[in-house]
Design a protein around this ligand. Structure first.
Ligand SMILES: [Zn+2]
Length: 136
């Protein structure tokens, strides 16, 4: 299936009336501290909900939290330091706002596109395209 067909199909799948009350909820991490490490048990789900690669999200968190995290079993993330879940959730929100949510309609059905050296967020829901404000 090529891009035009995908687009056509996506349009057909859109509900006729979009309700603004159906706001996307940014997922919260489930985490606990064990010794000097912090274990996020639903990291894979969080990345899936945001529709971004786990490695991309992890790289962002490592940088923002000044921590070193690894992914285990494609689901857990383990950071080498004690981190309160609230702080991680703040960063997840920041990640979603920067790399996932459409600036025009607020929906999460977006893709990151590379044009030359520039990165854009392309919204599959409303078609808007915004330059990414930052990279990781
Ligand atoms: Zn949009």
């Amino acid at each position: 299936m090529d891009y035009a067909e995908l687009l056509e199909r996506a349009k057909k799948q859109l509900p006729e009336v979009t309700s603004s009350s159906e706001r996307f909820e940014i997922p919260n991490v489930k985490g606990h501290v064990q010794g000097n490490a912090t274990i996020i048990s639903n990291f894979g789900q969080v990345a899936d909900t945001l529709n971004r690669p786990k490695t991309h999200l992890l790289k962002f968190l490592n940088k923002e939290l000044a921590a070193k995290g690894v992914i285990k079993k494609d689901q857990f993330a383990i950071f080498n330091t004690k981190l309160p879940a609230t702080r991680i959730n703040e960063k997840i929100t920041q990640y979603a706002e920067t790399f996932v949510l459409c600036e025009s309609c607020g929906k999460p059905e977006t893709k990151i596109e590379k044009v030359g050296q520039a990165l854009f967020i392309k919204c599959q829901a409303c078609g808007a395209k915004h330059a990414l404000k930052r990279t990781i």
